[in-house]
Design a protein around this ligand. Sequence first.
Ligand code: PMP
Ligand code: GLN
Length: 383
Amino acid sequence: LNSKLPGVTTTIFQTMSSIAQEAKAINLGQGSPDFDCAPELIQSVHGAMLAGHNQYPPMIGSLNLRQAVVQKVEQLYRARYDVNGEITITSGATQGLLTSILATVHAGDEVIVIEPAYDSYVPSIQLAGGIPVRVPMHYLKSEARFSYDWDLVRNALSPRTRMIIINSPHNPTGVCLDQEDLDTLAEIVRDSNIIILSDEVYEHMVFDRRKHNSLASHEELRQRTLIVSSFGKTYHVTGWKIGYVLGPHNLMQEFRKVHQFNVFTANSAMQIGIANFMEDPQPYLDLPGFYQAKRDYFRDGLSNTAFKLLPTEGSYFQCVDYSELSDVSELEFATWLCQQIGVAAIPISAFYHEKKDQKLVRFCFAKKITTLDQAIEKLQKLK
Ligand code: PMP
Ligand code: GLN
């Protein structure tokens, strides 16, 4: 068979979860909570089913949910999106990303991807016939810190550049874009037709009183940006696979042409259930404090180990440098950690296309304190 994605195998998240299950390890690999969502959210979805919301909702998503999101975005980011023409509810962020790319990237178009990058971006570009152009983030090993290098992005531009994909808060590094980053990006794309695809699934997980700099809040950039988010992350329901995409009319019109033949629409009861639940903003307003406490607890637990901790400004991931412990590759280290120490992590090399070995792995701290305690006890052996 002539594969459309010859280099692709099963995702690292699935692979590490299988190894973790076999080894009966504590799974801090794949990013998902091990605790349940608010019972009121389940009641709200159940109520929507009982009320008969069980058939196709509108293709673009239920009006109630679109309204709830548009209101939230206006309150948080001071940006007004048209509830009818500038938002579509999707079956998770992954679908939002793929559909955005399929709808806008033509065969031969170049798409700039900043690595390390979430693993769905490059295959999505390839399915559209686009050419991924990879630009690394800067990693300063002496300080164990990642940062954006906008000069590299600027140098990667060509007349064929169609899109730049960004992700803040960033998976896996936890780096957040600040206002200056957005201004630099705006300056880079000014006078071009480049579209920005902004993956903001961790928008409500920003720490140390930081504010999330959504591209919605940047008046100039938002005119050329598709923003993707996920209710799975915000409401601790990664298995529900529901999210949304925001964008200006012209981009949203193209997005919907593909969306309607990709999934047509997202499931009805969850849309109504989430819309009702969103009447109370407190759950997402509480999220920074909720996850910051877990981040700090986990970091404290690792503080007297041989791991060097990278900063986590946002997201629910903690990256560590293990070079004091071992010089094996990241994949070998992650496999050893899982099988011998009993804690699963994700090698950062999985977020790069080229072979890369910076001696870094990623832990997910979206876990109950009892789970974090068990993991910390095992990781404490690594002094
Ligand atoms: N983007 C990033 C950066 C992610 O980490 C994830 C989830 N792991 C997704 C997109 C996909 O989100 P969803 O589960 O809603 O498809
Ligand atoms: N986004 C999650 C992570 O980074 C995993 C999602 C998936 O399993 N595809 O861990």
